[in-house]
Design a protein around this ligand. Structure first.
Ligand code: UDX
Length: 441
């Protein structure tokens, strides 16, 4: 077994925790991942990644075989002997919009219970500013004997699903919020391999680190909603939103990223982090209505796409609509808050029958919305359909045989929810092509 630097525990092995565990093991640490979901732990012990994330399966297999990564359903194995324990459990949204931190509190109690001496406990889950204070009082209440030994660090993740491993191993910045030199020193050792490769490690206070995470996600969502609002205006003014975005993005103060107009954002982060950030702001006595507007414009993006389908098909009753792509973005099988499913529910509620195809997210989509038909092949989805809506811009859709699609379709209509297709090529093939945020054909 190769020499391992630090024994590290990761409590919560979802999209963030599992990527973190595998990345830390690949940096040379000895990592124990823990989850309360016995079924998930059984799969992980068997060397299986329970969700689709490019590259994760291979690296997990490699690190488990080298002995640097193991899994357990009991937190004692993740805590005992560890210098650092990450808390990366889910923080879903309550109906009030507040982040539900019950799992965070439970994890903290668990870790405190098994702690044997000095230990750095790391907030990896996205949590509202002020959570560290809650954590500290919980730890001290559980273990007054270790009051000065248990340290809190905030180390927010900036992973994007579909590129999570790359984001973990080549982060543009590592953000560490801590309160003691000892805690900073521990985290510098932990991330030493990445810092040696030139990664920037930013050290700040805990509240700043917690708030930076929410502010980053809120700003990225704001950028997407901004260009989607511009798309609505372009549709009315006869302008081309992609050309507008290109003109804007060449200004280095704006930058081209996250200016792709379309069906808007989904996923387990932006929708819930925006709501949590707004609730957190109002709890601190600051009203942040801009964030509500970001969410409204995002909902409006789906409405605009549904309107394009209505425009193209007239009545939706007795019409069959094929959705190409169901995941909230390419590169993942995650359908949480996926705009494609919001659209599917909308069209279905207006009487259409909806059939969906996705390279990897079909099963998850069916669990979320069983009223939809899900097929394993785009041409089967197109069969007898009155319209195709491109909802997720998977690269494989660029290689489709459009002549064959046309022969399957009842109407040769394509609504492009992500401006992914080559408009001229489809028009030359005789399709009625409806882009987003630009004059139609
Ligand atoms: C996001 C943040 O990017 C990441 O830093 C954070 O840690 C977690 O949340 P993720 O939600 O996994 O990551 O994916 P991301 O690539 O940010 O896309 C989010 C959504 O925005 C997707 O639905 C995507 O389709 C949409 N999007 C993205 C747009 O609609 N337009 C864009 O230009 C970019």
């Amino acid at each position: 077994m190769t020499e391992r630097h630090m024994r590290t525990g990761v409590v919560g092995t979802g999209h963030v925790g599992l990527v973190t565990a595998v990345a830390l093991a690949s940096m040379g640490h000895e990592v124990v991942g823990m989850d309360s979901d016995q079924e998930k732990v059984a799969k992980l012990k068997d060397g299986q990644v329970p969700f689709f994330e490019p590259g994760l399966q291979d690296l997990l297999t490699k690190e488990m075989e080298s002995g640097g990564l193991s899994f357990s359903s009991t937190s004692s194995e993740a805590v005992i002997g560890s210098e650092v324990v990450f808390i990366s459990v889910a923080t879903p949204t309550r109906s009030s919009g507040e982040a539900n931190l019950v799992a965070v509190e439970d994890a903290a109690k668990d870790v405190a219970h098994h702690a044997e001496g000095s230990l750095v406990i790391v907030e990896k889950s996205t949590v509202p500013t002020g959570t560290a204070h809650r954590l500290r009082s919980t730890l001290r209440r559980e273990r007054p004997d270790l009051a000065d030994e248990l340290e809190i660090v905030c180390n927010p993740e900036f992973l994007r699903e579909g590129s999570a491993l790359r984001d973990a191993l080549e982060p543009e910045r590592i953000l560490i919020g801590a309160e003691s030199e000892r805690a900073f020193a521990t985290m510098r050792r932990l991330y030493g391999p990445l810092v040696d490769r030139g990664c920037e490690l930013i050290e700040t206070d805990i509240a700043t680190a917690e708030l930076t995470k929410h502010a980053s996600n809120a700003f990225l969502a704001l950028k997407i909603s901004f260009i989607n609002a511009v798309a609505r205006l372009c549709e009315r003014a006869g302008a081309d939103v992609d050309a507008v975005a290109d003109g804007m993005g060449r200004d280095s103060r704006i930058g081209p990223a996250f200016l792709n107009a379309g069906l808007g954002y989904g996923g387990s982060c932006f929708p819930k982090d925006l709501a949590a950030f707004e609730r957190l702001a109002s709890r601190f006595g600051y009203q942040f209505p801009l964030l509500r507007e970001v969410a409204r414009i995002n909902d409006e993006a789906v409405d605009a796409c549904a309107e394009k389908v209505r425009e193209a098909l007239w009545n939706l009753e007795n019409k069959r609509i094929a959705l190409f792509g169901l995941a909230f973005k390419p590169g993942t099988d995650d359908v949480r808050f996926a705009p494609a499913l919001t659209l599917a529910r909308r069209l279905w509620s207006e009487g259409a029958s909806v059939v969906g195809y996705d390279p990897v997210a079909g099963d998850n989509a069916l669990q979320e919305f069983p009223e939809m038909e899900v097929v394993k092949d785009p041409y089967e989805a197109a069969r007898d359909a009155h319209c195709i809506v491109l909802c997720t811009e998977w690269n494989e859709f660029a290689e489709l045989d459009f002549e064959r699609l046309k022969s399957e379709l009842t109407y040769s209509i394509i609504v492009d929810g992500r401006n992914f297709f080559d408009a001229q090529r489809l028009e030359d093939l005789g399709f009625s092509y409806h882009p987003t945020g630009k004059p139609g054909f």
